[in-house]
Design a protein around this ligand. Structure first.
Ligand code: ASP
Length: 439
């Protein structure tokens, strides 16, 4: 039988009405065996996330002030959900225990994790599934890193004995038993860990959008959804700032070859986006490009030197200057006697003079300049490898939009072309590329 692991984000669990949709989704398919909930998120844009309220309780208690009012809000969120679902169930004893723990200076991570813990208990009751506390099966090492193999083994064994379970997202336990959370948005990671341990056929990540879009909807009106994307393409797009998923959540399932399906709780009939290993994907849905993303706030250091290509160690000496200043570079396009280094402008703060001086001393260039105000745009698509004329179409579209291309870089994987333009041309360029391929 198929096994599905379903992770639901905070907006999917924000109130009883949303929870009812979740219950319908899980109950509609026998394969839905394991559910990983977030804490209740925002019901409307000005609302507060339960996780944020819990952090506030912790901070208030730490200052020795009364956190009762904030905690009351949290309790009411859960009481409303339980009432709205018509469950014969109470969390009052749990609330008391948590309140006492906060009063006795429980750790920050413990307090934050209670959002998922309590929501997990409600979900388990509503679905008739076993509640499995993540503290008993998701482990961290002494140094705070995630204990992947130990967790996989013990969670795998546990799930074999447990046909249906709810495992709260976001946290696990340290070797001494204290609670530790992942970084914010970390329920995505828990979902991936559970999917790997359950040897799931698919990891469904349910959120409030119907998967990834080909371009940022704030720039392109109604961009087409992406049906299938490979892990590598996703990595390229999310590096450029297109995020729906927590970065680290990809690794556990990627190595196990399990596809991730991004789905929309508010539109369960939409197929969403399938994220798959390159080896499992056939064709490209008829699209040459899969998506376009980008980011502003880039600076370019340009270097020229006659016979640079023959000067042994030139590149290394330049990059050593960056390294010594703790700067990492984003791209490194180079010509015969020229080299450009693209760096995030924010990272250069207070370091520009030292950087230019250092490079001049290290390699004595004929010319050096540092310009801010660049934007990078990545055009990503596994279909580009086999399709001729893609670069020409991209550059033609940008030229037609009257934009000057300042830099071009094609990754060695041939699944992306990166273009540098002035920040003021950023939106115009993205729209032009989108229209040339998908408009
Ligand atoms: N509730 C946590 C947060 O708000 C984790 C999550 O939702 O994934 O960051």
């Amino acid at each position: 039988m198929n096994v599905k692991v379903l992770k639901f984000g905070g907006t999917s669990l924000a109130d009883a009405e949303q929870m009812k949709k979740v219950i319908r989704i899980v109950k509609a398919d026998e394969a839905c065996r394991y559910v990983v909930p977030s804490a209740p998120g925002k019901r409307f844009s000005a609302d507060e996330k339960v996780t944020d309220l819990l952090y506030l309780c912790y901070e208030t208690a730490k200052k020795g002030e009364n956190f009762g009012e904030v905690f009351e809000k949290i309790k009411n969120r859960y009481r409303d959900i339980i009432r709205g679902l018509g469950l014969d169930f109470s969390l009052e004893e749990e609330f008391k225990g948590i309140e006492v723990a906060i009063l006795h200076h429980a750790g920050r991570d413990y307090v934050a994790s209670r959002g998922e813990y309590l929501n997990g208990m409600i979900m388990a009751k509503a679905l008739g599934f076993t509640f499995v506390d993540a503290a008993s099966c998701i482990f961290f090492n002494e140094n705070g890193s995630f204990a992947a193999e130990e967790t996989n083994k013990s969670l795998g064994e546990l799930l074999k004995k447990t046909p249906h379970a709810v495992i709260p997202g976001f946290y696990g336990s340290m070797p001494n038993g204290t609670i530790k959370t992942f970084t914010r948005g970390g329920s995505d990671i828990t979902g991936a860990i559970v999917a790997r341990a359950a040897e799931a056929d698919v990891y469904e990540n349910w959120t409030d959008v119907s998967g990834f879009l080909m371009a940022d909807p704030r720039i392109v009106k109604d961009p087409k959804p992406i049906g299938v994307i490979t892990y590598r393409e996703l990595r390229e797009l999310s590096y450029m700032g297109a995020t729906v998923l927590h970065d680290e959540s990809i690794f556990p399932v990627r190595f196990a070859g399990i596809p991730i399906n991004i789905r929309n709780t508010n539109d369960p009939d939409a197929k969403g986006t399938m994220i798959v290993p390159s080896s499992k994907v056939e064709g490209n849905d008829g699209n040459v490009i899969t998506g376009i993303a980008g980011k502003k706030g880039m600076s370019v250091i340009s270097l020229e030197k006659d016979l640079m290509n023959a000067e042994l160690g030139f590149g290394r000496r330049v990059l050593e200057v960056l390294e010594d200043l703790g700067l990492s570079f984003e791209h490194l396009p180079s010509g015969v006697d020229t080299m450009s280094i693209v760096v995030a402008t924010a990272s250069l703060e207070g370091k520009k003079e030292r950087l230019l001086d250092g490079i001049c001393r290290a390699v004595k260039p004929d010319y050096i300049s540092l310009d801010d105000g660049f934007a990078l745009i990545a055009v990503v698509g596994r279909g580009m490898v086999s399709e001729k004329g893609t670069a020409q179409r991209i550059f033609g579209a940008i030229a037609d939009a009257d934009v000057n291309i300042r830099m071009i870089d094609q990754g060695s994987s041939e699944i992306d072309i990166i273009i540098g333009v002035s920040e003021e041309d950023y939106e115009k360029s993205i729209s032009a590329i989108y229209n040339a391929f998908a408009g």
